[in-house]
Design a protein around this ligand. Structure first.
Ligand SMILES: Cc1cc2nc3c(=O)[nH]c(=O)nc-3n(C[C@H](O)[C@H](O)[C@H](O)COP(=O)(O)O)c2cc1C
Length: 367
C-alpha cells in the first residue's frame, strides 16, 4: 500500500476493518458513516494558495470528490468534512434502477486499483433532488456540490433523460455534469461521437437556460468524457464543446483498457478500471484535450490521483481542478489533507502564487 508506512494507526484500523467486508458492503458502511456525521472533520481551513476561482465559482481548494462515491447525494456534508473543496454527487438516473447484478465492485489491492460495473444503480431523481434542495440555501459557503446525471438503461432517447436530470437539478446544484462516459451502460459511450454529443449538449444547455431563467446564478454545465478516445474523437469533442458553449469538461472516467503489468487476479473482471493504473493514461488524455482546445475550456482532471504530485501533474497538464475517488479506498481519511498539503508545497517550490498560475504550465516554455 503506497505510503502505508506513514499511515496513522487509527486510519490503518479503519481500513482493515472495512477490508473484512465485501467491497460493496464496505462502501455502504462508508456512506452511512459519512451520512451520520461519524467520520470526524478533516476539513480545517485551507491554505490560501489553494483557493481558486473556476467556472465563476470560488473553490476553497481544487481537490474534489469524483462522481460515483455518493450516487444518491446522501453523504455530501460528511464528504466535505474529509477536506474536499467540492463534491460531485451522482450519477443519478431519472427513474430508480437497480444497476447490474452483484458482485460488481472489485478491489485490486496489488494494483491500488478498482474495477466497477455498477451500471448506474440509482434511487432516481426525486430523492436526489430533495436532498440537494435541502442544502442549496447554504450557498457555496456551505460547500460546493455538483450534480452528475445519466440515463436509465432502457431509455432510447438518451438526451431526454439527460434533459430531465438537468431540469430537475439546475436550481439546486452549483454545477451540473452530463456523464457520457460510463463503460457500464450499453451504448452510453457512443454519445461521445460528434452528432449525438452535439444534440445532447444543445438540448441540455437549453434545458439549463430554461430552468436558470429566474435564478441569481446559472450553474455551469460540464461534460464528463472517458480516457479511451482516439485523437479524432478528442478533436470532435473539443470542436463540439467550443461550438455549443459547454462550460467545461471532466477528463475523465474509468478505462476499459487493462494496462500491462496488472498483478491482481481480479484484473480481468469486466467494467471500468480506476486508481493508480489509470493515472498516466488519464493525464495524457487531459493534456491532449487541453492542447486541442488551446486552454479555452476549463477542465477537471480525474483519474488515479493519490497524492499531491498526481494532482499537481494534472494541473500542469491543464486541469483547473482535480477529482479523486479510488485512492480513498486505499488511503482512507488522511488522504485529502495530505494531497492538499503536498500540492501547496509543490506550487510554492516552483514559484507559483496560486493554482491558476500552474494550470497548463507543461504546455508553456517559460514554466
Ligand atoms: C465504484 C465506482 C463507481 C463510479 N461511478 C461513477 C458514476 O456513477 N458516475 C461517474 O461519472 N463516474 C463514476 N465513477 C468514475 C469516477 O468518478 C472517476 O472518474 C474514476 O474512478 C477515475 O478516478 P479515480 O481513479 O480517482 O477513481 C466511478 C468510479 C468508481 C471507482
Amino acid at each position: 500500500m503506497g505510503g502505508s508506512d506513514k499511515m496513522p494507526l487509527w486510519n490503518k484500523l479503519v481500513l482493515s476493518a472495512l477490508y473484512q467486508l465485501d467491497p460493496e458492503t464496505a462502501h455502504h458502511v462508508a456512506i452511512w458513516t459519512l451520512e451520520n456525521g461519524l467520520s470526524g472533520n478533516y476539513a480545517g481551513s485551507d491554505d490560501p494558495i489553494l483557493t481558486t476561482t473556476v467556472l465563476g465559482i470560488e473553490f476553497p481548494n481544487p481537490v474534489g470528490l469524483a462522481a460515483g462515491f455518493d450516487k444518491d447525494a446522501r453523504a455530501i456534508d460528511g464528504a466535505l468534512k474529509l477536506g474536499f473543496g467540492f463534491v460531485e454527487a451522482g450519477t443519478v438516473t431519472p427513474r430508480p434502477q437497480p444497476g447490474n447484478p452483484k458482485p460488481r465492485l472489485f478491489r485490486l489491492d496489488e494494483d491500488q486499483a478498482v474495477i466497477n460495473r455498477f451500471g448506474f444503480n440509482s434511487e432516481g431523481l426525486e430523492p436526489f433532488r430533495k436532498r440537494l434542495s435541502q442544502r442549496i440555501n447554504k450557498g457555496p459557503r456551505g460547500g460546493i456540490v455538483g450534480a452528475n446525471v445519466g440515463k436509465n438503461k432502457l431509455t432510447e432517447d438518451a438526451a431526454a433523460d439527460y434533459v430531465a436530470g438537468i431540469e430537475a437539478l439546475t436550481p439546486f446544484s452549483h454545477y451540473l455534469v452530463v456523464n457520457l462516459s460510463s463503460p457500464n451502460t450499453p451504448g452510453l459511450r457512443a454519445l461521445q461521437a460528434k452528432d449525438p454529443i452535439t444534440d445532447l449538449l444543445e438540448r441540455t444547455i437549453a434545458a439549463r437556460a430554461k430552468m436558470a431563467a429566474g435564478l441569481e446564478t446559472k450553474p455551469p454545465l460540464l461534460a464528463k468524457i472517458g480516457p479511451d478516445l482516439s485523437l479524432q474523437d478528442m478533436q470532435d469533442i473539443v470542436d463540439v464543446a467550443l461550438a455549443t458553449g459547454v462550460d467545461g469538461l471532466i477528463v475523465g472516467n474509468t478505462t476499459i483498457e487493462r494496462p500491462e503489468g496488472l498483478a491482481s487476479v481480479k484484473c480481468r473482471e469486466a467494467g471500468g478500471l480506476s486508481g493508480l493504473p489509470l493515472t498516466e493514461l488519464s493525464t495524457a488524455c487531459l493534456a491532449q484535450i487541453y492542447s486541442l482546445c488551446g486552454g479555452k475550456i476549463p477542465i477537471i482532471g480525474c483519474g488515479g490521483v493519490a497524492n499531491g504530485q498526481d494532482a499537481y501533474a494534472k494541473i500542469r497538464a491543464g486541469a483547473s481542478l482535480v477529482q479523486l475517488y479510488s485512492a480513498l479506498v486505499f488511503r482512507g481519511l488522511q488522504l485529502v489533507p495530505e494531497v492538499k498539503r503536498e500540492l501547496a508545497a509543490l506550487l510554492r517550490r516552483d514559484g507559483f502564487v496560486c493554482v491558476a498560475d500552474a494550470v497548463g504550465a507543461d504546455h508553456r516554455s517559460d514554466t
